[in-house]
Structures are given as structure tokens and as C-alpha cells.
Design a protein around this ligand. Structure first.
Ligand code: MIG
Length: 663
């Protein structure tokens, strides 16, 4: 049961797909105030747990902290950060009462979930122009499924996107890419994609190729394809200001860029130096920007990642002037030692400065809208532009597409990666906890930078992270320029990496099948234990184990020097341990706590009681997986319902299911 309450004149975000009539009166749960600000207050009972908020910090149960939806380019995801790259304003309250709330509001939303007062949930928006959806249901899981129907079907990538990928910021030449391809193939580490970071472009200009290094790009794409590898280029939000650069010229001529108050094009510096931001909230501009992706698909490209679309700003000319002015005043006042010490930080505020977000405008159906009022919709609409552009090329074909910044609604157009994490053990755990929350908000094609983006990784960290990454639909090893190299072949005893990534490929038929079921049935691919084991008091609190699809549970290792870990089984289960010699050891465990030894080159999963899963022979790329010769593992006398399709067209609505019997 979903009720829609409209306050003021909300901006149409197009997050919701279902037509719902406006409800009369006020929500029976909580108290709404709508003066200048919007607020929703609810007295939480002792028992209440709060879920949702997609890409946000801390645990699966969000209670006990404060979270602010405000898409932000901040690469330091330390525990006290309140805003990350996405804005996913859906929460579920589950306990004494069970209901969900979707605060459809395109600017900053503050969720104080027992932070100021331990029993108070308080949601606040600066203006009272909000659509509030209240979803009643039996339990958290039921509410999530209703919400997912409300916002429409999640994005479905092509099947190759379930392969493993290598990425690194810093690859420049064909030789760099060839080396990655060669090393992976030589070492028989399976791989399907290599990502191209910003250096493939000419002077960081979107939809261009570095003239020196990629003169015959089409040929190069073919060469890689012959090696069963796809190249996936990055696209940044800002369009470089440069006379003669067609994307810039067309954008200026047609008023497709965001404007300043005075009507001139807004300027912000990012990688290409000064840029303009395509006004992706303007339908025509969106169509135009989206049509540009064809430049690269014409050369054989089948997927993209959209970056810097919060949008991130290094600085603006106005910001530079502000700093210069305050520095001048500063010098003139003959600063004390203390003043100098305080001045130190002020330069940092040049980047992503709120003042700059208030200085440009979108043209939405002829209406001038100041950016800060719709800030959280930018990445969403950049990715929508791409998706719609790609659909124009071939309506029946799936392209790989994901974004850094997002808002609910974008889940229909692409996936997300979780941005610039660090090579920290705590970030494996954050990765684990974020996945089910993202599923609640519709995002299914998701994953983090495996091995960690910033800081130097270690062999052990990377192996443990890969062992979890096996289960994330988007499985990509990515790292920042200047950090320790972290391609698998850079480390000693490469066999361990080969072994772990092979397990991913053996599991792809299951992973794909479960992903597709989740997408087609508005379900979750990653579930917290308590969504299924609702009456299990222990399972309620477990946040470092997850259910993957309908048949399995995982308990990843995320601590340094661990030789295994304690695992809680909410019921009897069958453990499958992928041993380093390529065999699978199976062992049945009773309900309860168990210490499970898991060596660095081993992967463990648990098949639920009465279930089985298909496991293929190892393959080195997705198309090589032999789905005709799979073995079932788990409980005898059980069945598995396998979904499969061609992996590239959109003919997935048909009943492509096959029952496999384990006898
Ligand atoms: O300012 O393109 O999150 O994945 O490697 C950094 C360079 C810009 C941020 C992305 C990261 C990417 C990097 N980009």
C-alpha cells in the first residue's frame, strides 16, 4: 500500500514510474511540518531498525547517525562523512511499525536517525516542496519490493559486464593496454574488460581520442575484441572550452550548457581546465549530449562509465577571485601566526564550493532553475542522457553503463560504482554493507574499486577483496595514478589470483541468473540476513554476511592476517569451499556459530538448506563459459531455476527459465 503526499510545488524528478493519486490528509506515521522547511519526525521504538539510504556511510541498520543526501566528490570515505556521491532518499522503518519513506526532493535532505536524540528520526529539507511516498507493508523486505515496483525496473547490463575487469588511472598508450591484456591472458587469469581512464582522450575532451596514441582506435578496439576483451572508456561531465572543438561549439551555439545568472555560459575548471557543464536537465541538451556517445560506439565501443558528475568542480573563476581577494585582505591586515595557520585550510574550499553550486542555472522546460535546488539530479541525468543516446543507436541492444553520482530513478538507466575508496580493510567492510542498501534503492549493477582506489594496496588485501568481489555484479580492480600497481600480475604467486577469479567465472551462470531474477521481479540480489530469517534474533544484527540471490550466503574475510572467521548460520547449510587445487570441498554445518578456516587463496560460500546452485567449469572470458556442462552443488533432491538468455539483446521478458534437478 503506497500513499503519495505532495507538499508545495515539488520539482518533477521522474524517480517514480507508477501513477499514484495524491492522498488526503497527513501520513498516519510521524509528524510532518511544512512551513518554510519540510520536516518529518518519528518517535522510534526501542526495537526499530532503519534500512535504506543506498550509497551512504556506516552500517546496514542506519540507526544512530546522521546522513545527508548531497552528491559530493569526496574521496575520503572516513567514518564521520555524512555525504558520498549518491543521493538515495529511501528508508524503511522496521520494528513496532513497518513503513517506508521516499523523500522525492532533488536537493539536500538530512536524515537524522537517532543522532541528535537517540529515539528520534528527523528528516529535513530546506524548502517545503517535497513529494513524500509512504509505503506500508508487513516487513522491511515486503516494503522494499513495493518501493522497487514504484520506481520501475532496474538497469540490465550485457552479460559480458559480469566478467572481471582491470582498470587503472594512468594507462595512456596502446602498449599500456596491450600489456594488461597480455599479462592476464598469459597468466590465465580470466578477464573481459579493460577500462580506459581520462588519458585516452585528447586534452581530456569528451568523445575525442588522443591523436598520438589512438590514431586508429577502431582497429585497436577490434584487436582487443579478438582477444575477447572490451575497452570501456570514461566520460566526464565537463566539456572543455576550446575553439574548434565540435562538442564545445555545438553546445555554445544551441545553449546546451548551464548558464550563469546573466545568461552567459557557466565556467568551472575540472580535468580539461575550464569547462562548461552540459545542461542534462534540459531535454534537448540531454538528447544532444547523449547522441555524442555514438562517436565511440561507431568505433566498436560497447560500454561507458560516467565520472565527475556530482558535478565535481576544482574551482571557478569566481572562486579564484574570492580567494585572491581574501588573500589580499589577509596580507594587508598583517596576519598573526594564528591567522596564517587558519588561512591554511581556506584554499581547500575552492573545490566543490557551495557558492559555486548556487551560481549556475538549468533550463527546465523554459524555466530557469538554480543548480543547488536540483543538485542531486545531475549525475542521474547525465547517465540518462547516455542511456537514451545508446537506446537511439539500437533499441534492442544492452550497453554497459554506470555512473559515479546518482539519484533514485537513475537505477533504470545504469549502475554505479562506489567512487574513490581506499586500500583499507575497513573499506571492504563498507563495500559489503553498502551493497544491500543500494539494492533497496533500485541499484543492482554495483561494485566498488576492488583493491582500493587511493593509497597502496597489499597482496593480501586485494585477494580478500577479490574473494568478496566475486559476488558483486560489477567486479572491477581499479586504482589511482601514483599508487602501488595493483593488477593481479604485479604480485607474487599469481596462481592465487588466477584461482580466485576463476571461481567468479564458475559462478557467473548463478550470479547472472540471480541478477536477472532480481531485476525482472523487483527483488534484491544482495539481502541482509534478517530480510529472510526474520525471527532469528542473532541474524538481525549481522552485517558482515550477506545473502546472494535466493540460494547462498557469504561471509567474507575482511581483516588482515585472518586465517578464517566466525560465521553465523541461521539454519543448517552446506558449505562449499573452493580449494586452491581447483576442487570443491563440501561440508554440512548445523545452525549456529562456527569458526571456518579460509586460506588467502580460498573462497567459501554456504548453500541454503534444501537448495543447490549450478557451477560451471572455469573459463577465461564470459563467452567461453560452458553452460551446457554445469554441475549442481548443495543438497541432494533439490532444484535450481536457471535463467539465461543471449546476454546482449533485450529479449529478456520471455520465460527463459529452466529447472535443473540435483538427484
Ligand atoms: O579527479 O579520471 O572516481 O575512478 O580514476 C579524479 C580519474 C577523477 C575520479 C574517479 C576515478 C578516476 C579519476 N577520477
Amino acid at each position: 500500500m503506497i500513499k503519495k503526499y505532495v507538499y508545495g510545488t515539488p520539482f518533477e524528478t521522474e524517480a517514480v514510474m507508477m501513477e499514484i493519486e495524491n492522498a488526503e490528509g497527513t501520513p498516519e506515521y510521524g509528524k510532518v511540518c511544512c512551513e518554510q522547511k519540510f520536516c518529518f519526525e518519528y518517535e522510534m521504538s526501542n526495537k526499530d531498525m532503519i534500512f535504506g539510504l543506498g550509497q551512504s556511510n556506516r552500517g546496514i541498520n542506519k540507526r544512530g547517525y546522521i546522513y545527508i543526501s548531497n552528491c559530493t566528490d569526496d574521496p575520503e570515505h572516513t567514518e564521520h562523512k555524512t555525504s558520498l556521491y549518491g543521493a538515495h532518499n529511501f528508508i524503511v522503518i522496521s520494528g513496532e511499525k513497518n513503513f517506508g519513506l521516499f523523500v522525492d526532493y532533488p536537493s539536500t535532505v538530512c536524515f537524522d536517525i537517532g543522532y541528535t536524540h537517540s529515539d528520534k528520526l528527523k528528516i529535513e529539507c530546506e524548502y517545503c516542496d517535497v513529494t513524500l511516498y509512504v509505503i506500508e507493508g508487513e516487513n522491511a523486505y515486503d516494503i522494499v519490493k513495493q518501493f522497487r515496483k514504484l520506481i520501475g525496473q532496474s538497469y540490465i547490463p550485457p552479460k559480458f559486464a559480469f566478467g572481471y575487469a582491470q582498470s587503472r588511472w594512468g594507462y595512456k598508450t596502446k602498449q599500456d593496454y596491450r600489456e594488461v591484456a597480455r599479462e592476464y591472458r598469459k597468466n590465465h587469469i580470466p578477464i573481459d574488460m579493460i577500462y580506459m581512464d581520462i588519458d585516452y582522450m585528447q586534452d581530456f575532451k569528451d568523445f575525442t581520442l588522443n591523436e598520438q596514441n589512438f590514431d586508429d582506435f577502431e582497429e585497436f578496439v577490434k584487436e582487443m575484441k579478438q582477444n575477447n576483451l572490451r575497452l570501456i572508456p570514461i566520460i566526464d561531465a565537463g566539456v572543455k572550452i576550446e575553439k574548434g572543438y565540435s562538442v564545445y561549439e555545438e553546445g555554445v551555439k544551441n545553449n546546451y550548457f548551464c548558464k550563469k545568472e546573466d545568461g552567459s555560459d557557466f565556467v568551472a575548471a575540472v580535468w580539461p581546465d575550464d569547462t562548461h557543464f552540459p545542461d542534462v536537465l534540459n531535454k534537448e541538451a540531454r538528447k544532444w549530449f547523449g547522441s555524442k556517445y555514438k562517436i565511440l560506439t561507431d568505433k566498436g565501443i560497447e560500454g561507458f562509465w560516467n565520472d565527475m558528475n556530482e558535478p565535481a568542480i576544482f574551482y571557478t573563476p569566481e572562486g579564484i577571485e574570492r580567494i585572491k581577494k581574501s588573500m589580499k585582505e589577509f596580507i594587508e591586515k598583517n596576519p598573526s601566526k594564528d591567522d596564517v595557520w587558519f588561512m591554511r585550510d581556506s584554499l581547500l574550499y575552492l573545490a566543490n564550493n557551495p557558492q559555486d553550486y548556487c551560481a549556475f542555472y538549468h533550463n527546465v522546460n523554459g524555466q530557469k532553475i538554480r543548480h543547488d535546488k536540483v543538485h542531486n539530479l545531475y549525475g542521474y541525468n547525465m547517465t540518462r542522457a547516455a542511456a537514451e543516446g545508446l537506446q537511439e543507436i539500437d533499441n534492442n541492444r544492452r550497453y554497459l553503463l554506470f555512473s559515479r553520482s546518482s539519484y533514485i530513478g537513475m537505477h533504470r538507466y545504469g549502475g554505479i560504482w562506489t567512487g574513490d575508496n581506499m586500500s583499507w580493510w575497513s573499506h571492504i567492510l563498507l563495500n559489503i554493507k553498502m551493497m544491500p542498501s543500494l539494492n533497496m534503492c533500485g541499484f543492482l549493477y554495483i561494485g566498488a574499486d576492488i583493491g582500493g582506489f587511493g593509497a597502496d594496496t597489499t597482496r593480501e588485501l586485494l585477494l580478500r577483496w577479490l574473494a568478496f568481489g566475486i559476488f558483486t555484479p560489477l567486479m572491477r580492480n581499479h586504482s589511482a595514478n601514483g599508487t602501488r600497481r595493483q593488477e593481479c600480475y604485479q604480485f607474487e604467486k599469481i596462481e592465487a589470483f588466477q584461482h580466485v577469479i576463476k571461481i567468479r567465472y564458475r559462478l557467473i551462470p548463478y550470479i547472472y541468473s540471480e541478477y536477472m531474477k532480481a531485476a525482472l521481479q523487483y527483488d534484491m540480489y544482495f539481502k541482509p540476513l534478517l530480510f529472510v530469517y526474520q525471527n532469528d534474533e542473532i541474524a538481525r544484527e549481522i552485517e558482515d554476511q550477506l545473502l546472494i540471490g535466493n540460494e547462498i550466503m557469504i561471509a567474507p574475510v575482511y581483516t588482515q592476517n585472518a586465517k578464517g572467521r566466525c560465521v553465523y548460520l541461521p539454519e543448517e547449510m552446506m558449505m562449499l569451499k573452493f580449494l586452491s587445487n581447483g576442487t570443491i570441498h563440501t561440508e554440512q554445518y548445523e545452525k549456529g556459530y562456527h569458526y571456518i578456516a579460509i586460506e588467502l587463496d580460498e573462497v567459501v560460500l554456504f548453500v541454503k538448506k534444501g537448495c543447490c546452485i549450478p557451477i560451471a567449469e572455469p573459463a577465461e572470458y564470459v563467452e567461453q563459459i560452458d553452460t551446457k556442462n554445469m554441475k549442481l552443488y548443495g543438497y541432494i533432491n533439490s532444484e535450481y531455476l536457471l535463467y539465461d538468455d543471449d546476454g546482449i539483446t533485450k529479449q529478456y521478458q520471455q520465460q527463459n527459465y529452466k529447472t535443473m534437478k540435483y538427484e
